[in-house]
Design a protein around this ligand. Structure first.
Ligand code: C2E
Ligand code: MG
Ligand code: MG
Ligand code: MG
Length: 280
């Protein structure tokens, strides 16, 4: 009954909680070996121009295959890596790998890489980034950093300086998970970035009501008025794509257009595209 479940929810030593805590501890100790065991790899999900269907680039997404437990989701381990500091090493590996792969792609394609708040706060972040660009030979303008919206409520002055620095380097910035972070619009308007990425939670609710569809158009307009292009993530069907196009969205990414692929498959796909262009 209600009383019992009410009491249950106040239990401090909830079995699920201790399970979560010990799982996180296990993740932390295994994460510390994952790099040397070469258990990480990147997959790449295509991003397309919604107006003409042109491929514009890829988002790099981290995958961890534990030697005994198999695939573990970034949704589970990224926050653990952030909390124990391992994200610095892992994030640097991700950046280098993504840049190494990006140089092998057609020169007009951009590579988007997720960077954690904790990485951005590292005093040597820009230095590390510059070193990776120099070492891999990727032009900075072909790199895009995906920065989640919730970081913008942290240290505004610091973010302003960091964004400015990235702008000067010509590294593009996309505000990831846009619409979920409650950032201050005044603060947002003082930052220079190239894209906003509308969170999947908005896309999931598209098509249900006029109000919701109107909300997407409002977010798209907000992005444009901030001087950014707008990309939508997590598009799973044609109906969503049509509504996004009507709302004025510029770019799209999602299972409907393409799943994240291993790099070998990306290369094969590019060759096929190139062949068709040659044949045409
Ligand atoms: P995100 O950056 O917002 O990435 C989008 C997530 O949505 C990815 O999940 C992607 O695989 C998934 N996705 C794409 N299209 C669809 C779709 O049509 N339907 C559905 N249901 N899902 C779709 P993933 O790869 O599991 O990554 C989850 C989150 O983990 C990412 O969210 C990002 O915040 C984080 N992450 C992933 N790789 C990295 C990384 O290299 N570094 C950091 N710091 N974070 C990462
Ligand atoms: Mg992302
Ligand atoms: Mg996102
Ligand atoms: Mg998201």
């Amino acid at each position: 009954n209600a009383k019992q479940s009410g009491r249950g929810s106040y239990t401090i030593y909830h079995p699920e909680m201790s399970h979560q805590a010990s799982y996180n501890q296990w993740l932390e100790s295994e994460l510390s070996y994952a790099l040397q065991r070469e258990e990480f790899r990147l997959v790449y999900q295509p991003q397309y121009d919604l107006n003409n269907g042109a491929l514009k680039g890829y988002e790099a997404l981290l995958r961890w295959t534990h030697h005994e437990k198999g695939a573990i989701s970034p949704a589970d381990f990224i926050s653990v890596a952030e909390n124990c500091g391992l994200i610095q090493e892992i994030g640097t590996w991700v950046l280098r790998r993504a840049c190494l792969d990006a140089v092998q792609l057609q020169p007009d394609l951009r590579m988007a890489v997720n960077v954690s708040t904790v990485q951005l706060e590292h005093p040597k972040f820009i230095e590390t980034l510059n070193a990776i660009l120099a070492e891999t030979g990727l032009p900075a303008s072909r790199l895009e950093l995906e920065i989640t919206e919730n970081i913008l409520i942290k240290d505004h002055m610091r973010m302003r300086r960091l964004f400015k620095k990235l702008n000067q380097m010509e590294v593009a910035i996309a505000i990831d998970d846009f619409g979920t972070g409650y950032s201050n619009l005044t603060n947002l308007s003082e930052l220079c970035f190239d894209k906003i990425k509308i969170d999947k939670s908005f896309i999931d609710r598209l098509d249900q009501s006029k109000e919701r569809n109107l909300m997407i158009a409002t977010i798209v307009n907000l992005g444009h008025s901030l001087g950014a292009r707008v990309i939508a993530e997590g598009i799973e069907n044609e109906a969503q794509a049509i509504l996004l196009k009507a709302a004025g969205c510029n770019l799209v990414q999602g299972y409907h257009f393409g799943k994240p692929l291993p790099f070998e498959e990306v290369l094969a796909l590019e060759e096929r595209t190139f062949d068709t262009q040659q044949a045409a």
